[in-house]
Design a protein around this ligand. Structure first.
Ligand code: GLP
Length: 251
């Protein structure tokens, strides 16, 4: 089988992240030089950790500033306040924002504490804010074992937008260890939709380890289907998979 998307397989995740971080730093620099603020779509999970570590290193070396960067995170667990250690807001603060010069007002993450009555308006406002910022220049993605990007579980339509989503049992199981048990894992989240993600001008999906090899192969070479939301990337004009040798082993 041949994959239709560009795939870059690296010896290990640190290699991949060094390469991608240099590319993203160059992109931010070029956009800032053209007089614009750069708009990044960011992801959580274990996968982007070495990428964020590399961005922090570049920042410390004076090679990268976030002073003219605006960010939008993909998703947030419903019901978790930003102070909860497993909230994606806390994750981003810990793993990236707390170590770089990004202005607090430039950071956007869905609010997991929003009430039911305001949920729809909150999601619409998130979409409006992305549009008002000029759209996403670069979107970072991981991939869940269900093939999800963001929290777009099987059945998420290609044109879906930021909304309330239910989490797949597989996804909740995967999150259980860090929450200290399955019953602690939220059942819902707010997530950018597939349509929101696909509007990003440039996309990189990262995956490491043999546990991701099967779903990576499905996303790249299988049918384009809402059962594997990452398969929609096959139709994107500028999406690339960055893999380590284990995650790329099935190709
Ligand atoms: C969560 C996140 C996704 C992430 C996925 C994989 O579901 N919402 O954005 O890609 O986990 O997590 P990990 O990178 O830890 O394997």
């Amino acid at each position: 089988m041949t994959e239709s998307l560009p795939v870059r397989v690296f010896a290990d995740r640190n290699d991949a992240c060094r390469t991608l971080a240099a590319e993203v730093a160059a992109l931010i620099g070029a956009i800032n030089d053209s007089g614009r603020t750069a708009v990044l779509g960011l992801a959580t999970g274990r996968t982007p950790l070495p990428f964020y570590a590399e961005l922090i290193r570049l920042h410390r070396e004076g090679a990268l500033s976030f002073s003219r960067v605006v960010t939008f995170n993909l998703d947030e667990y419903l019901g978790l306040p930003g102070e909860h250690p497993e909230s994606y807001r806390a994750f981003m603060q810990r793993e990236l924002f707390g170590h770089v010069d990004i202005p607090a007002e430039n950071v956007h993450i869905p609010d997991g504490t929003v009430g039911e009555a305001e949920l729809e308006a909150h999601c619409q406002a998130y979409e409006d804010a992305i549009r008002a910022a000029g759209g996403i220049d670069f979107q970072l993605l991981g991939i869940g074992r269900t093939g999800h990007i963001g929290f777009n579980e099987p059945g998420s339509p290609k044109n879906s937008r930021t909304r309330l989503v239910g989490l797949d049992p597989v996804t909740r199981q995967d999150a259980a260890p860090s929450f200290g048990g399955l019953e602690q894992v939220p059942e819902h989240a707010i997530s950018m939709g597939c349509g929101t993600i696909l509007e990003a001008r440039k996309i990189a999906l990262l995956a490491w380890g043999s546990a991701k090899a099967g779903i990576v192969r499905e996303a790249l070479t299988g049918p384009i289907t809402d059962q594997v939301s990452a398969s929609f990337l096959q139709e994107h004009p500028d999406a690339t998979f960055y893999l380590d040798a284990e995650a790329g082993a099935g190709l």
